[in-house]
Design a protein. Structure first.
Length: 359
């Protein structure tokens, strides 16, 4: 064998070894990850919240080059209807991650009740300041102590009240109404303080109760009112922004910390992008053209119902917006609840939120 032939043989063997090493390394890297990462959320894929979760799964796959596959499990199927247990099950590693309401994680992360303080936040501007401010950071820090890593904010929206009896302008208009509400204690306290009869039931039972006249109304964000076609049951809606329901995209802390940094960065980018998309869906038509333009220009998405208030009115619903005087009457009526709930939420967090809002 000549020296020249020997040289080329050496190069060939080296190249072959390098290729085998690359294949082995690639296989080894792929073996680090699960075939599927389970994600919990409460609603179906046609709700804005569900659309945001679907977008998140698509973006994660894209940004990690197919290494991480998140599968959304819609309508709380992983929880078998026990919606308040998602934070606990993600923290324990039974579920990998969640695209979840702050209301539903509030039994574990009590700080999340901040968003359910009645008539405290009221505007998108205030909400953004809190989520991007010291209070938002404090809530994510509280989650981490419980074994959860908060990745980004999304939104279910400000909750409005609808009913079949009358327009609501003042606290006296709420008295005596039997209203379906979320089972969180702060919701029950709020409506009892206003003189209503709050009742917790699943949506299927609530619809039957609406139809039979056993329950007079309910409270939910626009992102729920539109897909459930609330006009079928109620002809009065009051847009009072009495509290807000942000979503948080979060992951099991132990599993998250085991991911390489590049995978963490890719997933977090996907979370933030999907959160921006989902938030714009919920706010579309409620913040002028701002969210409609975000959807159009950044996501090439056109809303089926771009003006939810006009849509409700076109279906025969009387939509009421509170005047400042009317809102102040509700603020005064629910003030006593703060003495009970601010200590549970944390006085320090409450003050951080006020400072974030410039109060």
């Amino acid at each position: 064998m000549t020296r020249k032939t020997s040289y080329f043989m050496y190069i060939l063997v080296f190249a072959l070894c390098f290729s085998l090493l690359a294949v082995f390394t690639s296989s080894s890297e792929a073996g680090k990850f699960k075939k599927e990462y389970k994600m919990q959320l409460n609603v179906g894929p046609t709700f804005y919240w569900g659309m945001g979760a679907t977008k998140f799964a698509e973006l994660v796959k894209e940004k990690t080059n197919g290494q991480i596959n998140v599968k959304p499990y819609y309508a709380s199927v992983l929880l078998k209807g026990a919606q308040l247990k998602s934070a606990q099950l993600v923290a324990n590693g039974v579920i990998d991650c969640a695209y979840e309401s702050t209301i539903n994680i509030s039994p574990v992360i009590t700080e999340c009740n901040l968003f359910s303080l009645p008539f405290f936040i009221n505007t998108f501007e205030n909400l953004d300041k809190i989520e991007n401010g010291q209070a938002g950071k404090a809530i994510f820090a509280a989650m981490e102590k419980k074994g959860l890593v908060g990745l980004a904010w999304a939104e279910n929206g400000f909750r409005q009240v609808t009913n079949s009896k009358r327009a609501i302008h003042r606290p006296k208009d709420v008295k005596g109404l039997r209203l379906r509400v979320v089972g969180s204690p702060i919701f029950i306290d709020t409506f009892r303080k206003l003189g209503a009869d709050p009742v917790n039931m699943n949506w299927g039972d609530a619809v039957t109760a609406f139809q039979q006249g056993v329950v007079d109304g309910q409270e939910n964000p626009v992102g729920v009112l539109v897909p459930v076609q609330i006009f079928q049951y109620h002809k009065f809606a009051t847009f009072w922004n009495y509290l807000v329901d942000p979503l948080i995209i979060y992951w099991n802390k132990k599993e998250w910390n085991a991911f390489p940094k590049d995978i963490q960065n890719a997933i977090q980018e996907a979370a933030k992008e999907s959160g921006r998309f989902e938030m714009a869906l919920c706010r579309a038509g409620l913040d002028g053209d701002k969210s409609l333009n975000i959807l159009k220009n950044e996501f090439n998405h056109t809303m089926k119902v771009p003006e939810p208030v006009k849509w409700l009115e076109s279906k025969g619903v009387t939509v009421t917006f509170l005047s400042d005087e009317e809102r102040n009457a509700f603020i005064e009526a629910t003030k006593p609840l703060y003495d009970k709930w601010v200590p549970k939420i944390g006085k320090d967090l409450y003050e951080k939120a006020k400072a974030d809002m410039g109060r």
